[in-house]
Design a protein around this ligand. Structure first.
Ligand SMILES: Nc1ncnc2c1ncn2[C@@H]1O[C@H](COP(=O)(O)O)[C@@H](OP(=O)(O)O)[C@H]1O
Ligand SMILES: [Mg+2]
Ligand SMILES: [Mg+2]
Ligand SMILES: [Mg+2]
Length: 356
């Protein structure tokens, strides 16, 4: 109702972007054939990877949203064109432009071909700072770039903020198996893959195939006994402290080994009950960005789950690009959350104690 048009546009934009990421080189499993030259390191201290697909996805989503909502438009997105505009960037920009135009042609709705400059401008229209006033789109064009490059999980994550609250979210997950992933089969290589989750505030969470078919309503796991719960965490130990998660899991009585996976696919998998807990504890000094959690958090909360920081506070998306939070992010169902919260507090206190 309230956001139907926005939700439809978000699903369209994220699906097209997922097709671009998949189609980099033919058909599924595309990202395995990424060329070395398609992957760059970003400027700055942490030199995180970025690929032609990250840029292409951002340009495409930005273009589609601007076509659907001409007039007032605000987008907070991860990438920018600064590195692309440097000397020697021409070739990669041409490759991105080709990818974007191929995706637009395959869709056929807009009947335009973008120039390289149009593509750079579309990427740069993601420079909004967000905040607590008005509406802002929030985009991670490829969340889990390291997973994408490795041939594992990644997501196109798009959300809408209205007066600081996330009101809708879409997670396109091209490599997520349609059936439940488990500790035994985290990758399910023979299973059909490609899911899209969408949620609108007050209206629940749904999952469909990436082609838009087979829509089903999803719910988080109803597991109440921690011994039967399994938990997700980042694949990358640099992104989340695995030793702390394992201490928490041990205090809680979780028996299963962690399911390590890249990106907000973890939130999608949790929303359909593949696991019951997601633990994320970045190392000291790291500041979480809103595009890494906006879509995922509404997908989980509308499926009946709870997403808080380590102090039990709801995530606040109204403060600009960064989330201002206590220590980490914890996600679970309503029943398990009080136990999880106690285990988190006890584990953090134990870790803070001076070692004998
Ligand atoms: N040192 C760090 N600690 C925590 N998160 C980090 C990090 N460095 C990068 N990230 C974020 O972790 C995200 C991936 O999450 P995950 O570990 O769940 O796969 C990255 O998103 P991108 O891949 O979009 O850059 C990036 O924003
Ligand atoms: Mg990144
Ligand atoms: Mg990200
Ligand atoms: Mg990203």
């Amino acid at each position: 109702m309230a956001y139907d048009k926005e939700l439809a546009a978000a699903i369209k934009a994220a699906s097209l972007a997922a097709r671009l990421c998949r189609g980099l080189c033919g058909f599924q499993k595309v990202q395995k054939a990424l060329l070395q030259s398609d992957v760059r390191s970003k400027r700055g201290r942490n030199k995180s990877p970025v690929t032609v697909a990250d840029y292409g996805s951002q340009a495409l989503v930005s273009f589609v949203l601007q076509q659907e909502f001409p007039g007032e438009f605000s987008l907070v997105a991860e990438e920018d064109s600064i590195d692309l505009r440097k000397d020697g960037g021409g070739e990669i920009v041409e490759r991105i432009t080709k990818l974007v135009n191929e995706s637009l042609t395959s869709d056929g709705s807009y009947g335009v071909s973008l120039s390289s400059e149009d593509v750079l401008k579309a990427i740069d229209s993601g420079k909004s700072e967000g905040g607590s006033q008005g509406r802002h789109w929030v985009l991670d064009p490829i969340d889990g770039t390291k997973g994408f490059v490795r041939g594992d999980q990644y997501a196109v994550a798009l959300a809408l903020l209205d007066r600081g609250n996330v009101v809708l979210g879409v997670l396109a997950c091209p490599n997520l198996p349609l059936t439940s992933i488990s500790v035994a089969h985290p990758h399910s290589p023979n299973n059909e893959v490609g899911c899209l989750f969408f949620a609108e505030v007050g209206r629940g969470t749904y999952m469909q195939l990436l082609d838009g078919s087979s829509t089903v309503k999803v719910q988080v796991s109803a597991v109440e006994n921690p011994e039967e719960a399994s938990f997700f965490e980042s694949y990358e130990s640099a992104h989340s402290m695995h030793d702390l998660s394992s201490l928490i899991a041990q205090k809680l009585g979780v028996k299963a080994a962690p399911i390590r996976m890249d990106s907000q696919v973890k939130y999608g998998a949790l929303s359909r009950g593949d696991g019951a807990i997601y633990l994320r504890f970045p190392r000291n000094g790291y500041r979480e960005k809103i595009w890494d959690h906006a879509a995922g958090s509404i997908v989980v909360t509308e499926a009946g789950g709870v997403v808080t920081d380590a102090a039990g506070k709801q995530l606040d998306f109204s403060k600009g690009k960064y989330l201002d939070l206590d220590t980490g992010i914890i996600v679970s169902n309503q029943k398990l959350m009080p136990l999880l919260f106690d285990a988190v507090r006890a584990s953090l206190a134990e870790k803070a104690k001076p070692q004998p």
